[in-house]
Design a protein around this ligand. Structure first.
Ligand SMILES: O=C(O)/C=C/C(=O)/C=C/C=C(\O)C(=O)O
Length: 288
């Protein structure tokens, strides 16, 4: 069997049941490769997002470097169970990740978080510091507002509008702001993303309901960043129109053991837009 076959979404697709309060939640995740060290990749909050959709350009190089890679679909996304979040979604995702790691017997992992995934990785590190190796935060992490850009940003407004009216035109409007170079956005990618979205209208409706119940789904961790001792690589796109790069500077100032890498000509999806360079950057960071 070729690497591509063993590393397909279908071949690595797994489910686990966790407890969230009095809820029994089924989580979907992809379990890729094998190794002494585990990398968990946490996706962003866009409609139709999933671990695989966010990180499919990053899995193979990490597996080839000898890591076990876990892509968790957060509650409320993709093939994981639906949920309405009236509190902190960052902390909900962090509890779900703890439940997943406990269920599959992983004591400690490096975390790679994209946007909401970055906020969730910080929440997990604050609640479970002993279980975190290194942190990679892309386009997210503080959960807080930009002190400079009008909030909500144009990208977040398009994202929320897409949840309310999930059409191909609204998806294209969001994705065209999402990345810097739209040349890679193929009709196939749009269609796959639209199919993912429309296959789980419960997730779309629940996200809108969650926002109505608590517009601040991602609390600002700015005042607690000093508690995080994990070595952290912060990665941002200079042209990020969803979560502005200046919030990355807040992370750099607040985290005691962090460094920042900015990709020029890059939007909100650094790990996808500059995948090869991103993968080399992360592998070098993890090794040293
Ligand atoms: O509002 C925030 O702070 C976070 C926004 C996101 O997490 C947006 C991310 C979107 C994706 O990753 C996507 O694939 O649509």
């Amino acid at each position: 069997m070729t690497t591509a076959q063993t590393l397909s979404e279908a071949a690595t697709s797994r489910f686990v049941c966790i407890e969230e309060g009095d809820l029994a939640l089924q989580l979907h995740y992809n379990d890729c490769g094998a190794g002494a060290e585990t990398l968990v990749m946490l996706h962003g909050s866009g409609p139709g997002a999933s671990g695989w959709a966010n990180f499919n350009r990053n899995v193979e190089p990490m597996v080839a470097a000898g890591y076990r890679v876990i892509l968790m679909d957060c509650p409320g996304w993709s093939k994981s169970d639906p949920i309405v979040c009236t509190g902190s979604r960052s902390d909900l995702n962090a509890r779900a990740l703890k439940g997943l790691l406990d269920a599959i017997g992983i004591d400690r992992a490096h975390l790679i978080g994209n946007s909401m995934g970055g906020h969730s990785a910080v929440a997990f590190a604050l609640a479970n510091p002993e279980r975190v190796g290194k942190l990679v935060l892309m386009g997210g992490g503080t959960g807080g507002a930009s002190p400079f850009a009008p909030m909500p940003t144009e990208g977040i407004k398009l994202l929320q509008g897409l949840y309310r009216e999930p059409t191909i035109d609204n998806l294209k409007k969001m994705m065209n702001v999402f990345v810097y170079d739209t040349g890679d956005l193929t009709e196939e990618l749009f269609q796959t993303r639209l199919d993912n979205m429309l296959s789980r209208r419960d997730h779309l409706e629940n996200f809108v309901e969650s926002l109505a119940a608590n517009p601040k789904q991602f609390p600002d961790f700015g005042l607690r960043l000093a508690e995080i001792k994990a070595q952290t690589l912060i990665v941002w796109g200079s042209n990020d129109r969803f979560v502005p790069m200046d919030t990355g500077l807040r992370l750099l100032a607040g985290l005691p053991n962090a460094e920042l890498h900015v990709f020029n000509r890059c939007g909100h999806w650094a790990q996808w837009e500059h995948a090869d360079r991103f993968n080399r950057l992360v592998l070098d960071f993890l090794r040293h």
